[in-house]
Design a protein around this ligand. Structure first.
Ligand SMILES: Nc1ncnc2c1ncn2[C@@H]1O[C@H](COP(=O)(O)OP(=O)(O)OP(=O)(O)O)[C@@H](O)[C@H]1O
Length: 271
């Protein structure tokens, strides 16, 4: 089980603005594999942090740990000032998995009404729920499809319904696992515009995973992962400057080579 060393809300690290996420020595073992290997990092509030790395490097596992749904995590993982998985975090985090989680036999609006009723139950909340549903449908650009059955939507539209569910209740932290997969360039651009307005206007913290390196350039900060470890935790500009490369993709490849050389040198000196 998670070995929590949590501080009360608002005192994490003593910074003026405590981070949204703070991990120390976070480790996850799945079957015979150590999928996350002693990770230490922070995710700043009100910013977009990109979680990038090749397929299988552990991005989804890390997101599940932050959302509180990953078993067998050890180390410290604080989210919005609470230990990950704390019941008080349920309404404060919006989490979108890679597989769209929508009911095919309900319309877009009915799907959202259902999840809105779980988040804010009771007749007294009915008007607020209606407003919230209308808002999130517009935010993901599905107003024209609000009365279509989810089962009749395209893959990209269905994943936007999942995103709309996560936006209900305006959560403080959005954890989005590859939200732009399968979207055309126009929709991808529109989603990134939405992400930036959520961060700038609402102060929402976004953690967005992708294995498409050009999306890295759209993030305020980056966590670059490889084989269960954090290879870099920096801004896109700082990464490019530090490595002397023009793009984040080239910087990432440079860091991969550097890590490989360091590992080989260590092997030679210890054998
Ligand atoms: N139940 C399991 N038992 C053992 N290993 C697992 C299990 N589930 C996942 N893994 C391994 O854990 C590693 C990390 O998986 P994860 O889904 O977190 O990667 P990812 O970076 O999100 O990949 P992708 O971008 O393809 O979704 C992978 O190498 C995967 O094979």
């Amino acid at each position: 089980m998670m070995n929590y060393a949590s501080r009360p809300s608002g005192t994490a690290g003593g910074d003026a603005t405590p981070p949204a996420v703070r991990a120390q020595d976070l480790t996850v073992v799945r079957g015979p594999r150590t999928v996350l290997n002693g990770l230490g990092f922070t995710v700043p509030r009100g910013r977009i942090t990109g979680l990038l790395g090749p397929s299988g490097c552990g991005k989804s596992t890390l997101m599940r740990a932050i959302a509180g749904t990953q078993a067998k995590a050890t180390g410290t993982l604080d989210v919005l000032g609470r230990p990950a998985g704390h019941p008080a975090l349920r309404t404060r985090i919006g989490y979108v998995t890679q597989a769209p989680s929508v009911f095919d036999d309900l319309t877009v609006r009915q799907n959202l009404d259902y999840f809105a009723a779980i988040l804010a139950p009771g007749r007294a909340e009915a008007a607020h729920r209606r407003e919230d549903v209308t808002r999130v449908v517009a935010e993901v650009d599905l107003t024209a499809h609000a009365d279509a059955l989810a089962g009749n939507l395209s893959g990209g539209q269905r994943s936007r319904v999942s995103l709309a569910v996560a936006l209900l209740g305006a959560p403080e932290l959005l954890v989005l696992d590859e939200p732009t997969v399968g979207l055309d360039p126009v929709l991808r651009r529109d989603l990134w515009t939405l992400f930036h307005s959520l961060a700038a206007d609402r102060g929402t913290t976004l953690l967005v995973s992708s294995h498409v390196m050009d999306e890295a350039e759209r993030c305020h900060r980056l966590l670059l992962m490889r084989e269960g470890r954090i290879l870099a935790d920096d801004t896109p500009d700082a990464l490019r400057t530090r490595t002397g490369r023009e793009t984040v993709e080239e910087a990432f490849l440079h860091l991969v080579d550097e890590a490989g050389t360091a590992a080989r040198t260590k092997e030679t000196t210890t054998s």
